[in-house]
Design a protein around this ligand. Structure first.
Ligand code: NAP
Length: 245
């Protein structure tokens, strides 16, 4: 049996876990950060919580006798990905990133690409009053730099601490979202601009279609640079790679 650690927290990680459950030659376990209060638990042994930095991750890999790591975390989870790259390099352990393609603007899209959340906040200056923030809960404080707008913040759990924004409302919800639902929400709330991370994937792309149909601009935060780790393209690619170990 090959002992595998999947760094999870995404739909891709859960899909890979489902595919590997009961596999005769691959003994996989999943690690979650513990960010969401009610995580979707994968059907494999799962640990929850940080490792305590790169050193803690190396200790975990050794103690558990892990032989291979798959980093299936979110494209914006750059700290854990950097730790995994450094830990596996130190331990001489094979590592691959399982990610999803970034979204690409198509005809009719009005995207403003920005490198980070601080730039996203600044980009809002001339883009309308009501802002739909679909960036999760961890970085909303960046928008305190543009406090005069009305913010509609959608996240799985409430931001902690709450940002100091005088006109904000919270929508607690978890994808997948539909085009009809996004259109109704954006029309009903009179959204004028959407802010998104370029997460990629189907679960949350309906907001981009809705923005296109409504002619709204999207401030799109581009992905952080990777760590030069080779990528796997989809669950079957990952299973094939593991089966060749
Ligand atoms: P991050 O900034 O890269 O990680 C911060 C710290 O959280 C890491 O240093 C690590 O703590 C711990 N951590 C992160 N992922 C972990 C995992 N899978 N297992 C164990 N510890 C983990 O990541 P983040 O942005 O906080 O995201 C946390 C999790 O939420 C990730 O699994 C990610 O896939 C998921 N997620 C993130 C986003 C996003 O936009 N950032 C969106 C959706 C889902 P130690 O240093 O103590 O090991």
């Amino acid at each position: 049996m090959v002992k595998v650690l999947i760094l999870g927290g995404t739909t891709e990680a859960t899909a890979l876990a489902k595919r590997l459950a009961g596999h005769p030659r691959i003994d996989a376990r999943v690690s979650l950060a513990g960010r969401t209060k009610n995580p979707v638990l994968p059907p494999l042994p799962t640990r929850i919580g940080g490792f305590g930095g790169m050193g803690g991750l190396i200790d975990y890999l050794r103690t558990e006798g892990i032989e291979v790591v798959i980093d299936a975390t979110h494209p914006f989870a750059d700290q854990i990905s950097a730790n995994a790259a450094a830990a596996c390099a130190r331990a001489g352990m094979p590592l691959r990133v399982l990610t999803r393609p970034a979204w690409v603007a198509g005809p009719g899209d009005r995207w403003i690409a920005v490198p980070d959340m601080a730039a996203a906040a600044l980009a809002l200056r001339d883009l309308g009053d009501t802002v739909f923030l679909t960036i999760g809960r961890q970085e909303v404080a960046a928008f305190e730099a543009m406090p005069d707008k009305r913010y509609l913040i959608r996240a799985v759990d409430p931001p902690e601490p709450m940002p100091a924004l005088p006109r904000m409302s919270l929508i607690l919800d978890r994808g997948p979202f539909t085009l009809e639902g996004e259109l109704a929400l954006m029309r009903g709330e009179r959204v004028e601009v959407v802010v998104s991370k370029n997460s990629g994937g189907r679960a949350t792309d309906a907001k981009l279609q809705a923005a296109r149909e409504l002619g709204l601009p999207v401030v799109m935060v581009e992905r952080p640079a990777g760590n030069g780790v080779a990528e796997l393209h989809g669950v079957e690619d990952a299973v094939g790679w593991l089966e060749r170990m």
